[in-house]
Design a protein around this ligand. Structure first.
Ligand SMILES: Nc1ncnc2c1ncn2[C@@H]1O[C@H](COP(=O)(O)OP(=O)(O)OP(=O)(O)O)[C@@H](O)[C@H]1O
Length: 278
């Protein structure tokens, strides 16, 4: 295990009688972007909650398995301790504090993070550099921002804790394609600056463009895992998650499904993906 890699091993999660994850294993090597794909209810958000230790806020519990980051077990820590260990989640649906100002939302992100005021000031400068609009709107209420700006604020708030690993839940959800592309570019930038990313994304084209590897969840289980470009070339992923068919009778992808690196219409050889058996 490298200095800051995440290892999820055989994790099973239930919400009362509902089994949401069954023996799921995922690695995020230090410095990587790893995508989690899957349909509604597949367990993607649950996986992020299992890592951030926020399951119990939603009535969930880990039944078995381990989660380690940088060689240290996270299961057993409180959510605040997970943040202090360098792992921060950006929740689905942004969940910014709508009545608070943008600046106060960012300040809230630094609470509990190591390093004191100076570190918080440095983190804020970095966030403002990544998202200049958050500096321009510092004194506006967060609830008045557009959806894309709220996503920037949610990501900026998480970055205030100076994470080594960012858990990003559906950052492009509900955004216009141009804004989704801007958010994707920022994820790339954040990663280039040294933060690893575990990315849950319903837009598989965006996710596979950003990620070096990916797993596909179905009904709480990992059914496919491999390099992102191999997954992008696999017939199954192209058909089910990218909406692309090579059958001339079914012309191409629906709007927005195309992606750089995912050539549409060309035949693809079967990719050497791992079929997962937990
Ligand atoms: N708080 C909860 N209480 C009970 N069941 C839940 C809860 N949250 C999720 N579930 C169930 O757990 C399973 C996995 O849900 P999860 O939200 O992790 O899936 P997902 O892949 O993130 O889906 P989506 O893209 O729709 O958010 C689903 O069957 C869902 O109904």
């Amino acid at each position: 295990m490298t200095a800051a890699s995440l290892e999820v091993r055989g994790v099973s999660v239930g919400y009362g009688p509902v089994r949401a994850l069954n023996s799921v294993s995922v690695d995020v090597p230090e410095g990587a972007v790893v995508a989690v794909l899957g349909g509604n209810g597949a367990g993607k958000t649950t996986l992020l909650r299992a890592v951030s230790r926020t399951l119990r806020f939603h009535g969930g519990t880990i039944g078995s398995g381990t989660v380690s980051f940088a060689g240290r077990r996270l299961d057993g820590l409180t959510p605040a301790q997970v943040v202090a260990a360098g792992v921060v989640q950006v929740p689905e649906g942004r969940q910014v504090f709508a009545r608070m100002t943008v600046a106060d939302n960012l300040r809230a992100g630094a609470l509990g993070a190591a390093g004191g005021r100076r570190a918080a000031a440095e983190a804020q400068a970095r966030v403002h550099e990544l998202f200049p609009v958050l500096a321009q709107r510092a004194h506006q209420r967060a609830g008045l921002l557009s959806g894309g700006e709220q996503q920037m604020l949610a990501m900026g708030r998480a970055l205030m804790a100076r994470p080594k690993l960012l858990l990003l839940d559906e950052p492009s959800l509900g955004l216009a394609p141009l804004m989704a592309d801007r958010i994707a570019e920022t994820v790339r930038e954040i990663n280039a600056q040294g933060t690893s990313v575990l990315l849950v994304e319903q837009n598989a084209a965006i996710a596979l463009r950003l990620a070096s590897s990916a797993v596909v969840l179905e009904v709480g289980e990992v059914v496919l895992a491999g390099d992102a470009d191999e997954l992008a070339a696999s017939d199954e992923v192209r058909r089910r998650y990218l909406g692309i068919t090579d059958d001339p009778g079914h012309p191409g992808a629906p709007e927005g499904a195309g992606a750089e690196g995912v050539s549409e219409g060309a035949p693809h050889p079967a990719a050497p993906l791992r079929r997962w058996s937990a």
